[in-house]
Design a protein around this ligand. Structure first.
Ligand SMILES: Cc1cc2nc3c(=O)[nH]c(=O)nc-3n(C[C@H](O)[C@H](O)[C@H](O)COP(=O)(O)O)c2cc1C
Length: 212
């Protein structure tokens, strides 16, 4: 399962609209996503005590991250950076197992012309520090207020193409790293990939474990 984190809790945010379209792209490729919307975090997570004792309602988020084969982060740019709630969410997740050896890719959006390049590059540092497998193809969506139509959808062929290309590449990246088939309609595991995975495990170079 690939899970998508919506990186803001701002009411009416554009990130959720982009996330819905990303979800649609993956569904068309036969890979359903689970969306983790930070707007739905339990209010108690914002208490200082949450650093030591997590509220019950947070477990669904932290478990979803830990059990994900891969993560997609859709982040807006706030003050030249990622939203505070996204960094805080990361800080609340279990260390070190949440991101260690977990594939992750990034989609950014901004009102300005850079499409959240700065927050994505900051996130790459954070996820790199946490030993995630960062997928190198990023998608930056600039001038998002012009890019979304009245229905809140991206119709620009160039940017849609980038989102689709990233999705195809990321699915392949996750499947190769985890030795799993994500597509719902696939006919079991690919034999060649199984052999490859078995070979890598025998050689002691594969066998990715989520537990550390
Ligand atoms: C607190 C805040 C800070 C923002 N800072 C920036 C910024 O530094 N650069 C930028 O291009 N857009 C900035 N924006 C605009 C967002 O990029 C814009 O709202 C966009 O729609 C993505 O965010 P959203 O998912 O909250 O809608 C900011 C928006 C907010 C709410």
């Amino acid at each position: 399962m690939i899970n998508l984190i919506v990186g803001t809790n701002r009411p009416g945010n554009n990130s959720l609209k982009v996330a819905a379209q990303v979800e649609e792209i993956y569904r068309d490729l036969g890979v359903p996503l689970r969306v983790l919307d930070l707007a739905h975090l339990p209010q108690e997570i914002y208490l200082p005590s949450a650093y030591t004792v997590k509220p019950a309602g947070f477990e669904v988020f932290s478990d979803a991250v830990i059990h994900a084969h891969g993560l997609i982060v859709v982040t807006p740019e706030y003050n030249g950076s990622m939203p505070g709630v996204l960094k805080y969410f990361i800080d609340m997740l279990k260390f070190p197992e949440s991101f260690c050896k977990r594939p992750v890719c990034f989609v950014g959006l901004s009102a300005g012309p850079w499409g959240a390049m700065r927050p994505i590059e900051e996130l790459e540092l954070v996820f790199g520090y946490r030993k995630a497998f960062v997928y190198p193809e990023r998608v930056f969506l600039p001038l998002i207020q012009n890019m979304l139509n009245a229905q809140g959808r991206i119709v620009d062929a160039e940017f849609l193409g980038r989102l689709k290309s990233q999705a195809k590449g990321f699915i392949d990246f996750v499947e190769r790293l985890d030795g799993v088939h994500l597509k719902e309609n696939s006919q079991g595991r690919d034999h060649a990939r199984e052999l490859d995975q078995a070979g890598r495990m025998a050689a002691g170079t594969g066998g990715i474990s989520k537990e550390v």
